[in-house]
Every structure is written in C-alpha cells, then in structure tokens.
Design a protein around this ligand. Structure first.
Ligand SMILES: *Cc1c(COP(=O)(O)O)cnc(C)c1O
Length: 524
C-alpha cells in the first residue's frame, strides 16, 4: 500500500484538523476585510503630461472621486488571496477526476494556447464570410475529422452541449419522418441510457418507452423485436452504455429498426471508448452526437462551455440546422438557403473555442486517437480488476471506458456510495459518480480516462481499498467524511432548496472548529 495514503496517515491528517483550523489558506476571508487605508498594490510612474481636473473637463457627474469600499491591499496580498482561494477547488491539475460518464480527461495545454491565438480568439462570428475564411475552414476541417472518426456523412457543429445535440438529432429524425408522411409517436430508450436521453425525447415531442436490459446489461433482441412497431420513430441508445458495457448486438438492432422504418440514434458521449476502433456509421447508426468537451479536449465541469455536434447519415442532411459550412472551389461559406432545415438551434456556429480545441486535439493525435481509446479502456479494466475483490460488481463484463460497482458489501456496515465518495476526498481524489446509473442500486461509477498513469491508478486503487477496510473497521469515520477539507459534510438538501448566495461579512471567519473535526474523528 502506498505510504502517502495509509489509513494511519489519514487519521493523523484528520486529527491535525484541530490544529489546522487556524490555517491561513483554509480560512481566507474576503479581500474587502483585508483592506487597510493607505495600502496599495501598484505604483504609477510619475505623470509625464499636464494634470487635468476631470470634474472640470468632463462635468462633476462623470468624475469619480473614490470607489466606495474598494479594498486597499498590497500586491502580494492580492496574489495570496486569489491563490489561497484557488486551493479550495479540486482540479485535474491536482489529481485524478474519476467522475464516471463525464470523461474528465486532461486537456493538453497546447490546445489552450491554440484557442487563445490572435486571429482566432479575436474573431467575431458576425464578420462576413470573406474575412472569416480561416475560421470557416477550421469548422469544415473539424467536421471532416469527426466524420472520419464516426463513419457518418454530414455534421452540424451548432449544438453547444451533449443534451442539445440530442434534441437536435431528435428534431432531425422528426423532420425526416414527417417528410415521409408521419413523425410517429415513440422513442425507445434502454434503462442503461444517460438521463438526458428521455428528457430530450420528451422535449422533442415524443413519448418515451423504456426497454429493460438483461442480466448482462444488454438489450434482449427477441424482447426488443416486439417493441419496434409502426409507432416507433427511433431507438435512442447510449453505447457504450452507462454501465460501461458495449452493446454487442448493435448491428442487428439497427437492422430491426430499419426494416420497420425507424431510425437508430446513438448517444456518442461515451465515444472515448470507441474512437479509432469502431465507427457508429459502420454499424448502422443514423444519427448521433459527440461531446467534444468530453472526448475531444476542453476543460469542463461547473457548467463551462461545451460542444455537442450532431453527425448524421445522408437521409437526414436536408434537415440540418442552418447555417451549414460549405466549401466551393477552395472558398468557404455559410449556407442559409436550406428550405427543409429544422432552423437554428443556437446563435452563430456553436462554441467556436471548443471546436478549435477539438481540432487541435484531433490533429495532434491523428491515428494516435486509437491509442488514447485503448489506454482509457485499459485503465478502466485495470481498476475493475484491482477493486473487484473489495466492491460488489453487478455486471461483471469487460469494461469499456468506465466501470460500475455497487456499495452492496459496505451497506452491511451502514456505509453507502455517497459516504465512500466523500471519504475519497480525504485521500486527495475527486469523488467518482455516485448513485448513477439508476439500474444499479448504490452505484459507484468510475471512469479514469487515458490521462492517468498506472501509478496514479494505483494510488486511487489503494485509497479505495483503504476505504473498503475502513467501512468494516471504522464505519463512522467513513460515514462522517470528509475530514480533511475546509468544510465537512454539507446539508445538500438545504444547499439546493435554500441556497445562501451572498456571504454575510465575517460569517466565513467563524473559527469554531467544525463539529466533525471535534466530535467524531477518533484520536488514534
Ligand atoms: C454527459 C453526457 C450527456 C450530456 O451531455 P451534456 O454536455 O452534459 O449535455 C449525454 N449522454 C451521456 C452518455 C453523457 O455522458
């Protein structure tokens, strides 16, 4: 077991909290409260032009004498203030982010550099095509790369999230079927799908019909056949599913749908397990979306920008959102003249900065995308193998990009998946995804991605094994975690229902030790 993560060390850390309460970084207050009259963080050079009385020149209403409450602090105080605050956040730069279904991979710095280049970051989407040739080409090139990776025929880069891609794709299906005479009524969704899928289906005006997975997390083909009636517009499938399992009969499923005039939608947010290995376009998918902010490099989480391009087969092309990027004789243009289009789904052409990072990532990796996929799958299987003796594994199949355990064993000691996730914070890791997918009671959903080295995976495995041991020997310690953070377990219901969005001055400087730190943590 790794020394840094041994149980005793952690308990020592927990115990140390009492001493650490006065820790300057962890108790940083508001910058306004640091203000001391006369302190300053900058020194202006002497005026080398004649001084002007602004009130006289501009009129008193435009001349501001002072800024009320403006903090007067030194340069180092400003730097320390923000640096200290930054340490309260967890980040991929600090450690592993095993949040399942989210593909929280490391985003190479070079992509950030590219996204900030002059001539890209400074362009405006309202510029005429003639002076936007470079940007349009970037969009066009990205479409080509994504079509190559997915085996599809045409794309729209407009949707700015996976869920918006889903809605766009469903509206395309609706428009196509309407053009054939009937939009049909229902969309089938397996119970192992992502939660956004049924929501998108309802917003697109369809009814959801649920398909139960069998004991291997797969669609039962014979059972499925009965569901595909004349009322069914499409099957919307997450592949690999939220169980981290590949749908083995996907080609046959596509054939059954097509035979009955229905289409196959694939939620491609989990493409990190397929890219470079197999192509949805080749196994019968008619429409899909990608999450560029997962598979193709863009920092995400906390509601940051995303991109959920939709990729389609030829039959759906007339209905694509406007505008479509077109190339003619080496010139690029936005085509708005598309009478059958479903219309716009977003202003301009989507989140350009995200598209840019995705192209930089794709071109940098080239065929190496396959290696990234293989490493991501290898890491998930490595973690599965090393934790399967410690945690219950309800679907024991080879993992794709992620592995889903349950808390069944720890439950016997009163410890649930949320407790284990919170305890993981004490070991320096971001929690995995808890209690999802819904078809696994007490799920622990773990996605390491290709970014993690074997060494980092081992640290994670050590921590998870240590917590499994703690759940047996000291369940109270796990149930009251985290202990090594600035604040302990929050009342999540109150946080959601009665959020306090404004600091009351000094409230945060309360030096009363956290109740967990003083009452529950055993003194070893
Ligand atoms: C993340 C995710 C989505 C939703 O994507 P957003 O960009 O968050 O809207 C949909 N399906 C799956 C499988 C996902 O993992």
């Amino acid at each position: 077991m790794n020394q840094k993560h041994s149980t005793t060390d952690l308990e020592a850390t927990s115990n140390g909290i009492k001493k650490a309460r006065g820790h300057v970084s962890q108790n940083e207050g508001l910058i306004f409260e640091k203000s001391v009259t006369g302190k300053r963080g900058i020194e202006f050079p002497p005026l080398d032009v004649p001084a002007v009385d602004a009130a006289k020149e501009l009129g008193a209403e435009f001349a501001r004498g002072s800024v009320e409450g403006f903090p007067e602090v030194s340069e180092i105080e400003v730097i320390r203030h923000f640096t200290r605050l930054s340490t309260w956040n967890y980040a991929i730069d600090l450690g592993m982010y095993p949040l399942g279904s989210c593909t929280m991979k490391y985003n190479p710095r070079v992509n950030e550099f590219v996204a900030r280049l002059d001539g890209l970051a400074t362009e405006h989407p309202s510029q005429p095509d003639a002076v936007s040739q470079g940007c349009l080409r970037i969009m066009h090139d990205l479409e080509k790369c994504l079509l190559e990776i997915t085996g599809m025929d045409a794309a729209s880069l407009e949707p700015v999230a996976g869920a918006q891609g889903e809605l766009t794709g469903l509206l395309l299906i609706r428009a196509y079927l309407e053009s054939k005479g009937s939009a049909r009524k229902k969309v089938l969704i397996p119970d192992s799908a992502h939660g956004t899928n049924p929501a998108s289906v309802v917003i697109a005006g369809y009814e959801v019909e649920n398909i139960k997975s069998n004991g291997r997390g797969q669609i039962d083909i014979e059972h499925f056949r009965q569901f595909v009636t004349e009322d069914v517009a499409a099957l919307m499938i997450t592949n690999p599913s939220t169980l981290g399992v590949y749908e083995e009969n996907i080609a046959e499923i596509a054939a059954i749908l097509h035979e009955r005039g229905a289409l196959l939608y694939m939620d491609g947010a989990n493409m990190n397990a397929l890219a470079g290995i197999t192509r949805p376009g080749d196994f019968g998918v008619d429409v899909m979306h990608l999450n560029l902010h997962k598979t193709f490099s863009t920092p995400h989480g906390g509601g940051g920008p995303g991109a959920g391009p939709v990729l389609i087969k030829k039959i759906l092309e007339p209905f694509l959102p406007v505008p479509v990027v077109r190339e003619q004789n080496g010139k690029f243009a936005l085509d708005f003249n598309r009478p059958q289009s479903i219309g716009r789904v977003r202003a301009y052409g989507g989140n350009f900065g995200v598209l840019l990072r995705a192209l930089a990532y794709t071109l940098a990796y080239g065929p190496g995308i396959r290696q990234a996929t293989e490493d991501a799958v290898l890491n998930a299987n490595y973690i599965r193998k090393h934790l399967e003796d410690f945690y219950d594994l309800p679907y024991n199949l080879p993992s794709m990009h992620e592995v889903v355990f349950s808390d069944a064993r720890q439950k016997k000691h009163g410890v649930n998946t949320m407790d284990i996730a919170k305890r993981l914070i004490d070991y320096g890791f971001h929690p995995y995804t808890t209690a999802f997918p819904l078809i696994v009671a007490g799920a622990l959903m773990i996605e390491p991605t290709e970014s993690e080295s074997k060494e980092e995976c081992d640290l994670f495995i050590d921590a998870m094994r240590a917590i499994a041991a703690e759940a047996e020997t000291n369940p109270e310690l796990v149930k009251t975690a985290p202990h090594a953070t600035r604040v302990g377990r929050l009342d999540e219901v109150a946080a959601a229902r009665k959020p306090i969005l404004r600091w009351k001055p000094r409230q945060h400087l309360d030096t009363t030790p956290h109740k967990i730190a003083t009452t529950v943590v055993p003194t070893a």
